[in-house]
Structures are given as C-alpha cells and as structure tokens.
Design a protein around this ligand. Structure first.
Ligand code: G4P
Length: 525
C-alpha cells in the first residue's frame, strides 16, 4: 500500500473526560468492535481509585496498566484506529496534555447527569490551544440526567465550543426509548439495560409521525418538537468546520450498555481527520514526505527497579519508520538503530517491522530520550508544540542521605526528563524546587527515587503562588524586573528565566508595572 493510502486510513485520537464519566468503558466498547479484545473488563481502568488504601500501591498498579493501555490499536472496516490513553487522575494532567500533542482529534465523554466537570474544562482548553477537532459523547443516557438542551448550553459556555447535535435522545433514564441519528435518519431503539442486543437501527423519517409513535410511544410529540428546535437552533454539521475545530458534533448514548457506540465509532471514522502536518522550529512537516520523522511525547519508566530501562513513545509524523534502520537522534546528534520497536494492540505488545504517520511506536530506552526529542533520517528538525505547563505546587527538595547525592541528582534528572515534574533552581538561594501540577507527584518522586535510584529525598515547604516564564524584547525592563524581584527568580532546566510569584496580588502587580514583559504559563514560546 502506498504511503498516502496508509496515512489516509489512519485515525489517531484520545478519549478525554473527567474521572468516572465513562472513558474506560467507552474505550473498551470501541476495542470490542475492533476485535482488539474479546471480553468486557479487559481494559483496566487507568485511574487511582477513590479511597485506595495506599496511593503508592495504586501508582504502581497504574504504571503497570498504563504501559499496556498507553496506545491501543485496532483495525476496523479497513481503517487503522489508534486510541491514545490518558491518565484519569487529575494530578497526572500534564501527562495528558502531552499525550494530546500526539493525537489528531479527541472524543470528549460527558456524564449526562454531571454535565461539564472541572477536568473536562481543563483538557478541552488544551485541545483548543492546538485547534484539535473535538467530538462529544454524552454518556450514561440509561440514567436520569440533565435536559439535553441545558447540557448543550453548558457545553457551549463552559468549553467554549460550538456544537451540532448529530443524534438526539428520545427520553432518558427509565424512559429512554432510543436515540435518533439526525444525519442518516435512523432510529436506534434502546432495548433495555438487561438486553444488550445491538439491533439494526430502523430507517425512519420524522415525517411519518404515526410510524414513529409506534416505536417512540407517548414521547413522540415532545421528541418531534425537540428535533425541530434542534434544527432551528444549531448549525448544520460541516465536516470542514469540525476539522478546523470550529464546530463539534454531539452524540448521545450509553457506553455501559453499548448503546450508540457503534454509531459514534462509524461516524467518527467517516469524519475524523487523518494524520496531518506537524510544525517544527524550521518548517512544516507533511505526513506524506518520504523521509521518516517523529517525536517523543511520553516516556514510561519500567516497573522493574533492577532494570532501569524505559519506553519512549514516538509519534510518527512523516514517512515510514522501519525496524533496524539508522535514525538520527537530533538533540544528541547521534545515529540510533531500534531493533525492538513495539506497537500496542490493547493488552498485547508486539515487535513491529514498520509504522506509518499517525502510529505510535514504543522504543526501549536506557536514558537517551527526553520528552520532545526528534528522530529523523538526517535532517536537523525539532518538533514544537510539546508544552510544559507552569507548575502550581512547589516544594524544596533536599537530599536525605548525604552518601547518595549522586544517585539523587541522577534520579531527579531522569524523572524530570520523563516529565514527572519540573525542576527550578532558585537564583536567590541556589536551592532546588520541584514544581508540579498535582500533589501526588511528590509521592511518586519520593517513591521512585527510593526504589529505582536508591536515593532518598526530603521536601520542605516553599510559599509560592505560581511560576511563569518571563521574556521581553525590552532588555532594560527585563533586567530591572529581575533586579527588583531577585528573591523570586529561578531558572528552569533549559536555563530560562522563571518568575516565582508569591501571591496573586504580586503577580497581578508585576504584570501591571512591567508592561513590556510577557508572563507565560506554558513553555511553548
Ligand atoms: P472513567 O474511565 O472515565 O473514569 O470511567 P469508567 O469508564 O471507569 O466509568 C465510571 C463508572 O461509570 C463505572 O462504574 C462504569 O461502569 C460507569 N459507567 C460508564 N458508562 C456508563 C453508562 O453508560 N451508564 C451507566 N449507568 N454507567 C456507566 P463503577 O461502579 O464506578 O465501576 P465498575 O465497578 O462498574 O467498574
């Protein structure tokens, strides 16, 4: 098959949601359709359960699972589908943000009763930064929930996206009769929670009210009224606008009862974008370029503390990746040959010989890769768009075992390369600050330093509100700011200036008093 055909048949996407909205359940149902798994329950929930006895145990358990479920590929109707898994726990949000850089589109799962929740808002805002096309699945229709119009209003307002419903529910919860797909005029009848039979949808137009009423029962009139309103209020769906992230199609269903999932998958495959172009510091890379290029968006440390090898996840951006061929590791300026690249089919990991744009390959690594590294056939490219986010929690890190300072330094260095947290060096006192977006990261770091690096650390509190990168073309003002704020300046691992704002007020005042300065909350600049 030609390269462009391979590209055209690939769909690489992430499913995102607030914990408990049904991401794992939906993923599993999609995999069942693809034949990638054969029994329900095969995809373990990649989240830290509420009330878990020990967070460490959960972290370890999750790390084990998340290698297996990092990328799940399957074939469906001639298409190659790659689902990128994202951690469910909000303390790992940064990992999710980076994973989104490897996705060409996303499906957002929303719980019909809970509506738009905090984590959904945060994740969608990251998608919007990159104009990733978004499809919405409103889940758990077998339960009572919010009124669909109210819910769509909430989605438009809180997520700042325009929606176009492509299906509409008839009833909800105990009164759920079915879902009508607006785009192909088919009525998918809900056969009930105890009968999980996927029956063929009925072809019905709403013009035939009586025929409709035979299936929809007494709900028919209110449904027809609602449908009319939907067509009046919302714009018609337009694939082009969706691919430009200007409009999001909405589907309704119940992942648990496999209701509306097949429609979602098939429509998704029809409209979702194939792998597109990627930006580098010097030029745009088209997927159809014959030379292979790719970047590392995630590094996963091995579970076995005796073998400190890791897996670097590479998103293929152009050309064909081949096993055993020499590729340039651009940052190190060295050639590497990968003899055991792996791909992931649900739980199974297998060595692959080739991969195409949109695919994700796992490369065993002994410490050569950091997040954002580029591989190529020789061209010195650097892919952009893999951001770090300004940390929101801060602690000083100290060595708790003076005999192990080398181990500690190495451990901290490697964990930062994996993107677990960010290391900032306080310019005032030279102390090391670990900045994170979630409190759990501190436990992860301490635990992993002990188990994987035989080092021990201690944290000390540091009172800070937020950190942000600063830059300016006005050197005098920049120098003046740094002089005045010398107690609050730090450097990140690339030596860039970071302002450690002590309070919301201090940040606000700084922004006001130094108009020539840019205060940046993501590292992409
Ligand atoms: P997450 O990955 O987004 O965190 O959510 P997950 O799929 O784990 O689903 C969270 C809970 O919601 C699970 O119940 C799951 O069974 C339930 N759920 C998912 N989709 C639906 C749906 O369409 N309808 C209904 N009624 N429930 C749904 P749990 O009791 O927390 O876990 P479990 O013991 O069933 O695994």
């Amino acid at each position: 098959m030609s390269l462009s055909k391979e590209i055209q048949r690939r769909r690489t996407f992430a499913i995102i949601s607030h914990p408990d909205a049904g991401k794992t359940t939906l993923t599993e149902k999609l995999l069942l359709f693809g034949g990638a798994i054969h029994v329900a329950g095969a995809v373990k929930s990649n989240k830290i359960k509420k009330g878990a006895t020990s967070d460490f145990m959960e972290i370890e358990r999750q790390r084990g699972i998340s290698v297996a479920t990092s990328v799940m590929g399957f074939e469906y109707q001639g298409m190659k589908v790659n689902i990128l898994d994202t951690p469910g726990h909000q303390d790992f949000a940064e990992d999710t943000f980076r994973t989104l850089t490897a996705a060409d589109s996303v499906i957002v799962v929303i719980d019909v009763a809970k509506g738009v929740e905090a984590q959904t808002e945060k994740l969608v805002s990251v998608c919007r930064l990159r104009d990733i096309p978004i499809m919405v699945f409103i889940n758990k229709l077998d339960r009572e929930g919010k009124d669909p119009f109210e819910l769509l209003d909430e989605i438009e307002q809180k997520l700042d996206i325009k929606v176009s419903p492509l299906s509409w529910p008839i009833g909800m919860g105990r009164n759920l009769k079915g879902v009508y797909s607006i785009y192909d005029k088919k009525l998918n009848l809900y056969t009930g929670a105890d009968k999980q039979i996927v029956e063929e949808p009925l072809q019905l137009t709403t013009a035939d009210r009586d025929e409709f009423a035979r299936y929809a029962g007494k709900e028919v009139d209110s449904f027809l009224e609602e449908l009319e309103m939907v067509q009046e209020v919302y714009p018609d769906f337009d694939t082009h606008a969706y691919r430009e992230a200007k409009i999001s199609p909405v589907f309704f269903g119940s992942a648990l009862y496999n209701f509306g999932v097949k429609e979602l998958l098939e429509y998704f495959l029809k409209i979702a974008p194939a792998p597109g172009k990627n930006t580098t510091e010097t030029r745009i890379v088209e997927p159809t370029e014959p030379a292979f290029t790719g970047f590392v968006f995630k590094i996963h440390a091995n579970m076995d503390p005796n073998h400190r090898n890791r897996i670097a996840f590479v998103r293929i951006c152009s050309g064909k990746f081949e096993r055993g061929k020499n590729y340039l590791h651009v940052r190190l300026g060295k050639q590497f040959k990968f003899s055991n690249p792996t791909a992931f089919m649900a739980e199974k990991k297998s060595v692959i010989d080739e991969a195409f744009p949109g695919d994700i390959v796992g490369i065993p690594d002994t410490g050569n890769f950091v997040i954002g590294d580029t591989l190529s056939e020789g061209e010195k490219l650097k892919f952009t768009g893999i951001p770090s986010f300004a940390p929101e929690l801060f602690r000083y890190i100290e060595n708790a075992d003076p005999l192990k300072s080398k181990q500690l330094a190495k451990g901290v260095d490697q964990l930062m390369d994996e993107g677990v947290a960010q290391l900032l060096i306080h310019q005032f006192n030279g102390r090391k600050i670990i900045g994170t977006v979630g409190a759990l990261q501190y436990e992860v770091i301490e635990h992993r330093l002990r188990h994987e690096y035989n080092a021990s650390c201690r944290y000390e509190p540091v009172q800070l509100y937020k950190a942000c990168w600063i830059k300016s073309s006005d050197k005098a003002q920049l120098d003046d700011f740094k002089k005045r704020k010398y107690q609050y300046m730090a450097k990140d691992k690339h030596g860039r200036d970071v302002y450690l704002a002590e309070s919301p007020h201090a940040l606000h005042m700084s922004i006001e008093r130094f108009p020539a300065l840019e205060f940046l909350f993501t590292s992409e600049f």
